[in-house]
Design a protein around this ligand. Structure first.
Ligand code: BG6
Length: 492
C-alpha cells in the first residue's frame, strides 16, 4: 500500500496543550523525517488561545527542537511548517465548528486530502463527548466517500459506568473500527516485541506456563511525582492512571494465548480472554491482595487536598484462572517517586528438583527472564553456571541483550507508531471496547473497597520502593520483588 492512500487532515483538539507540544508534534516531525507521512497531509490544531498560524508554528518549532527524537533539520521543518494551521475556538462554540468545516474543505482542495480526517482529542476527558457530538452535528463525520477516525487519549471514563456512557456517545458517531482508544504503552517498541519473544522462540514458548513459571512480576516505576497534574491526579490515583490501562495491557500481552493469526481482531480476542479470566475479586481478596501507598509530600503538591487519600502507588497480586496460568501469581506494582524510572516484566522460573547441585550449594538462584520495556529495551536472562576454578560453587550468570544500545538503533517513540497506524487504519495497537470494559470491571472492584476503607497515608518516603506492605504481600508467598532497573541492578 502506498502512503498516499492515507492522504488526510489531522485535526488536533487541544493544539496548545502539553501533549501536542511534547509528543504529537515531535512524532509528526519524526514521521515526516523518516518519510512515513503521506505527501497529501496537513494538520489543523484547534485551541482556545489566540494565535496566528505564524505564532503557533513558531511555538511548534521550539517544541520539536526541545522534544524530538531526531534533531531538527531546517529543510524538513520547512515542509512540516507549511502543513500546520491553527484555529482558535471554544469547544462549545458552533461558529467555531462551522469555520473549521470551511477550512477543512479548503485544505482538501489544496492538499488533495479527499475528506479523510483523523480527529485527535488531546483534551481533558470532559470534552470528549462534546467535541464528538459537535463534529456530528456539523456533518463532519461518516461521509461515505471518505473516512473519518477519532483518536482518544486516556482516561477512557473514570469507572465502568462512565466508560460505557462515553463509549455509547462515541459509537453513536464513529464506528468501532474508526475509534482509536489510545494506551500509549502499546506504541512502545518492546510491548510489540513481547508477542515476538514469546511466540517466535522455542526457548520460551514451551516453558511459558504454570508448569515452569513460579511467578511473574510486572513493575513500572517512576521517579517523578505528579508534576503539575494535581487536579487530574487527585481524581484518578495510580489505580485509574496506570493499572486500569498500562499495567493490565502488560498482563494481557504477557499471559495471552497465541492468536490464530496476526489480524487485529484475533489479537484483541486473545487479550480479552485474559481479562475475562482474572480472578473474581471479593472485598476480602482486595483487602488481602491490593496494596496502596502515597508518598510523603504528595499532600503538599499543587491542587492536592491536604488530607488527600489518593494513592500514588499500587501493588497487586493477581491470578489468571485459566489452564495456562492457574496457580501462578502475577505481582504488579507501579508508583510515583520511586528510586528509578523503569518498566520491566520479570518471569521467575520454578526451581529444578532439589538434588545434585542444590544439595551442595544450599539452594540456587532462580532462573529469570526479564523483558526490559524502558528505559533500556531488551531481554535479560539469568541462569546458573559453575564458578570458574577448583571449587564446585555455582553462581548466577547473566546474558543481556540491549536492543536500543545497538549502534544505529533508535526506536521510534510510542506516539509515532500510534499516529502512523491510525493513518493506515490499523487499530491493533489500540484498545478495543471490550478490553476497556473488562479492565474497568476488575479495577472498579478494587476502587469500591478502597473507597470504604480509610488508608493510613502517607506511607512511603519519596525515593524508596513504596510501602512496606507491598514487600509483605510478596514475602508471604516466599518470593521477593526483584528490584528493577535491569542488568545494572546489583540486587538482581
Ligand atoms: C501516563 C500517566 O498514562 O503514563 C502518567 O497518566 C505516567 O501519570 C505516564 O507518568 C507514564 O508513561 P511513560 O511512557 O513515561 O512510562
Amino acid at each position: 500500500m502506498s502512503l498516499n492512500e492515507f492522504s488526510s487532515i489531522m485535526v488536533i483538539f487541544g493544539g496548545t496543550g502539553d501533549l501536542t507540544h511534547r509528543k504529537l508534534m515531535p512524532a509528526l516531525y519524526n514521521l515526516l523525517f523518516e518519510k512515513n507521512l503521506p505527501e497529501n497531509f496537513c494538520i489543523v490544531s484547534v485551541g482556545r488561545r489566540d494565535k496566528t498560524n505564524e505564532s503557533y508554528r513558531n511555538e511548534v518549532y521550539e517544541s520539536i527542537k526541545n522534544f524530538s527524537r531526531i534533531e531538527l533539520d531546517e529543510n524538513v521543518w520547512k515542509v512540516l511548517k507549511n502543513k500546520i494551521y491553527y484555529q482558535k475556538f471554544d469547544f462549545h462554540d458552533d461558529n467555531g465548528y462551522t469555520h473549521l468545516k470551511g477550512l477543512l474543505s479548503e485544505l482538501d482542495d489544496n492538499y488533495n486530502t479527499n475528506g479523510n480526517r483523523i480527529f485527535y482529542l488531546a483534551v481533558a476527558p470532559e470534552y470528549f463527548e462534546l467535541i464528538v457530538e459537535k463534529l456530528n452535528e456539523h456533518g463532519m463525520v461518516e461521509n461515505n466517500r471518505s473516512w473519518q477516525r477519532v483518536m482518544i487519549e486516556k482516561p477512557f471514563g473514570k469507572d465502568l459506568n462512565s466508560a460505557k456512557y462515553l463509549n455509547k456517545k462515541i459509537t453513536e458517531v464513529f464506528r468501532e473500527k474508526n475509534t482509536y482508544r489510545i494506551d500509549h504503552y502499546l506504541g512502545k517498541e518492546m510491548l510489540q516485541n513481547i508477542m515476538v519473544i514469546r511466540f517466535a522462540n522455542v526457548f520460551f514458548e514451551p516453558v511459558w506456563n504454570n508448569k515452569y513459571v513460579d511467578n511473574i512480576q510486572i513493575s513500572s516505576s517512576e521517579t517523578v511525582g505528579i508534576e503539575n497534574r494535581g487536579g487530574y491526579y487527585e481524581k484518578a490515583g495510580a489505580l485509574r492512571d496506570m493499572v486500569q490501562n498500562h499495567m493490565l495491557q502488560l498482563i494481557t500481552l504477557t499471559a495471552m494465548e497465541p492468536p490464530v493469526d496476526l489480524s487485529t481482531e484475533s489479537i484483541h480476542d486473545e487479550k480479552v480472554k485474559v481479562l475475562k479470566s482474572l480472578q473474581e475479586l471479593t472485598p476480602e481478596l482486595v483487602l488481602k491482595n491490593a496494596i496502596r501507598g502515597q508518598y510523603k509530600g504528595y499532600r503538599e503538591e499543587e491542587k492536592v487536598k491536604p488530607n488527600s487519600d489518593t494513592e500514588t502507588y499500587v501493588a497487586l497480586k493477581i491470578y489468571i484462572e485459566n489452564f495456562r496460568w492457574a496457580g501462578v501469581p502475577f505481582y504488579i506494582r507501579t508508583g510515583k517517586r520511586l528510586p528509578v524510572k523503569s518498566t520491566e516484566i520479570i518471569v521467575q522460573f520454578k526451581p529444578l528438583p532439589g538434588i545434585l547441585f542444590f544439595k551442595e550449594n544450599g539452594g540456587l538462584t532462580p532462573n529469570l527472564l526479564v523483558i526490559k520495556i524502558q528505559p533500556e529495551e531488551g531481554v535479560f536472562l539469568q541462569f546458573n553456571a559453575k564458578k570458574p576454578g577448583t571449587s564446585n560453587k555455582i553462581i548466577p550468570v547473566q546474558m543481556d541483550f540491549c536492543q536500543n544500545c545497538q549502534v544505529g538503533s533508535n526506536s521510534p517513540e510510542a506516539y509515532e507508531r500510534l499516529i502512523y497506524d491510525a493513518l493506515r487504519g490499523d487499530s491493533t495497537l489500540f484498545t478495543r471496547w471490550d478490553e476497556v470494559e473488562y479492565s474497568w470491571k476488575y479495577v472498579d472492584k478494587i476502587a469500591e473497597v478502597w473507597r470504604n476503607e480509610k488508608p493510613n497515608f502517607p506511607n512511603y518516603e519519596a525515593g524508596t520502593w513504596g510501602p512496606i506492605e507491598a514487600d509483605k504481600l510478596i514475602l508471604k508467598d516466599n518470593f521477593k520483588w526483584w528490584n528493577i532497573g535491569g542488568s545494572n541492578n546489583e540486587n538482581l
